[in-house]
Design a protein. Structure first.
Length: 392
C-alpha cells in the first residue's frame, strides 16, 4: 500500500480541520477564506446554473474561460497564450499538478521540490512512482537566533538536480512560507532545468495575493517555452476555494499530453463555476487591488498579534499564510503544539514540518515553526490572537 510509507496518507489539513471542528476551535489551519468573494463572480456562476448550463463542459474547458485566461495572461504579464492549444482547464491546481506529473514522470524518475513544499506534490510524485528530491529553502536567523526570512539556496538546488531529474516543481508565491521568488532566482532555476533536460512545473495559485511587489511568472522568462508548465487556480484570487477551477498553460505538445491524462482523472467539471471564473478574470484592476489590500491588512493584523503573543514571525510577502516560530514560547515541536492548541486554547494551526521532507534538513531546522492562515476575517484573527496570549 502506498499509504504504508506515509507519502499518501490523510492530509494535515484534514487532521487539523477535524480537530478544529471537534473542539470548536478557530480554524487558522486550513487555508480557506471566510469572505464571500466578488459578487460578480458569484452572480455569473449563479446565472449559468439558472440558465441550465449544468452538463459536461468541453474537455479543454469552456471557450469563454479559455479566452479569459489568455486575456488575463496578456493583461497582467504580456504573455501570448493560444486559448485552443495552450490552455487546459482543470479541477483546481491539485488536479493540474496530478495530471501534469502523471503525464510526464516515468517510474523512478526524479522530481525536485523546494522544501518546504505543498503536501500534494509528494503524494502525486508517489502516485506516479517518481522519486522526490528536496531542494531546501534556507531560513535566515539574526544574531539572537530570530528567524528573519526564507531564501532559495541555489547551491542546494543545483545539487538536487541531475540527469535523472524529470521536473522541478517551483511554487511562487510559496505555501507555507509566503516567499516570492524574484526574476534572478527563477532564471537560475530555468537554466539548471535546461542544463539537465528537465521540465519546470510552476504552481502560482497565489499570483494575485502579493504584498511586496508584483508576481513574476516563470513563463515570462526568455526560453521558458517548451520547458515551463504553469499552473494556477481561481480559488484564492476570488475566495472560492470550493469551486476547484484551475488551469494549465504550456506549449501545445505538453498540453496535449496532460489533457490525455486529465481525461481519465475527471474528464471535465465545474461547468457553471467556469463561467463564474471567466467573469472574475475579466474584472477591473480595482477588484484585484481590493482583494490584495484587504488580505494585506489581515496579514498585518495577524503578524502583530502573533508577535504580541510571544512568537517570532517571518512577515510573508504573499499568500494566505504567516509562519511563526514557537521556540521563544518554549515550544520546540510545532507539530505537538498544533495537536494541543485546539483543545487547550481554541485555535487550530498547521506545523511547517508537515510540508518538509522527512529526509531533508528542514524537518529539524523548521521543527518549531507553525503556519497560521491570515485569510480569515479581522474578527476571527482578533479572537484567535486573544486566545494565543494564553500560551505565554
Ligand atoms: N498549490 C498550492 C501552493 C496551494 O496552496 C493550494 C491550496 N491551498 C493548491 C495548490 C491547491 O489548489 P486548488 O484548491 O485549486 O486545487
Ligand atoms: N491548500 C490549502 C492549505 O494549504 C488546503 C487544501 C486542502 O485542504 N487540501 O491550507
Amino acid at each position: 500500500l502506498l499509504a504504508a510509507d506515509g507519502r499518501v496518507a490523510p492530509t494535515i489539513f484534514t487532521e487539523m480541520t477535524a480537530l478544529a471542528t471537534a473542539t470548536g476551535a478557530l480554524n487558522l489551519g486550513q487555508g480557506f477564506p471566510d469572505d464571500p468573494g466578488p459578487a460578480q463572480v458569484l452572480d455569473a456562476a449563479g446565472d449559468a446554473i439558472a440558465a441550465g448550463r449544468n452538463q459536461y463542459p468541453p474537455l479543454p474547458g469552456i471557450p469563454g474561460l479559455r479566452t479569459a485566461i489568455a486575456a488575463h495572461q496578456k493583461r497582467f504579464y504580456g504573455l501570448d497564450v493560444d486559448p485552443d492549444t495552450e490552455i487546459q482547464v482543470t479541477m483546481g491546481a491539485t488536479e493540474a499538478m496530478a495530471a501534469t506529473l502523471l503525464a510526464l514522470v516515468e517510474p523512478g524518475q526524479e522530481v525536485v521540490t523546494i522544501d518546504p513544499f505543498y503536501d500534494a506534490y509528494a503524494a502525486v510524485i508517489a502516485l506516479a512512482a517518481g522519486v522526490q528530491r528536496p531542494a531546501p529553502l534556507t531560513l535566515d536567523r539574526d544574531a539572537a537566533g530570530r528567524p528573519t526570512g526564507f531564501r532559495l539556496d541555489l547551491g542546494a538546488l543545483r545539487q538536487a538536480v541531475t540527469d535523472r531529474t524529470r521536473a522541478i516543481i517551483v511554487n511562487t508565491p510559496h505555501n507555507p512560507t509566503g516567499t516570492m521568488l524574484g526574476r534572478a532566482d527563477l532564471e537560475q532555476i530555468l537554466a539548471v532545468a535546461k542544463e539537465h533536460g528537465a521540465y519546470v512545473i510552476t504552481d502560482e495559485v497565489y499570483e494575485h495575493l502579493t504584498f511586496a511587489g508584483p508576481h513574476v511568472p516563470m513563463a515570462s522568462l526568455p526560453g521558458a517555452r517548451g520547458t515551463v508548465i504553469s499552473i494556477s487556480s481561481a480559488g484564492k484570487t476570488f475566495s472560492v476555494t470550493g469551486w476547484k477551477i484551475g488551469w494549465i498553460t504550456a506549449a501545445p505538445e505538453l498540453v496535449t499530453a496532460i489533457r490525455t491524462v486529465k481525461q481519465f482523472l475527471t474528464f471535465a467539471g465545474g461547468g457553471p463555476f467556469q463561467t463564474g471564473v471567466a467573469a472574475g478574470l475579466g474584472l477591473g484592476d480595482e477588484v484585484f487591488d481590493q482583494v490584495r489590500e484587504s488580505l494585506k491588512e489581515r496579514r498585518d493584523l495577524l503578524v502583530s498579534g502573533l508577535r504580541s503573543a510571544g512568537f517570532d514571525v517571518v512577515v510573508p510577502d504573499a499568500g494566505y499564510f504567516t509562519v511563526a516560530d514557537a521556540a521563544p514560547l518554549g515550544f520546540e515541536d510545532g507539530a505537538e503544539l498544533c495537536r494541543q492548541m485546539p483543545e487547550q486554547i481554541g485555535v487550530a494551526a498547521v506545523p511547517v514540518s508537515a510540508f518538509t521532507s522527512p529526509a531533508g534538513p528542514n524537518a529539524a531546522r523548521m521543527g518549531s515553526l507553525v503556519r497560521f492562515a491570515h485569510c480569515k476575517s479581522a474578527s476571527s484573527i482578533h479572537q484567535a490572537v486573544e486566545r494565543l496570549q494564553k500560551l505565554q
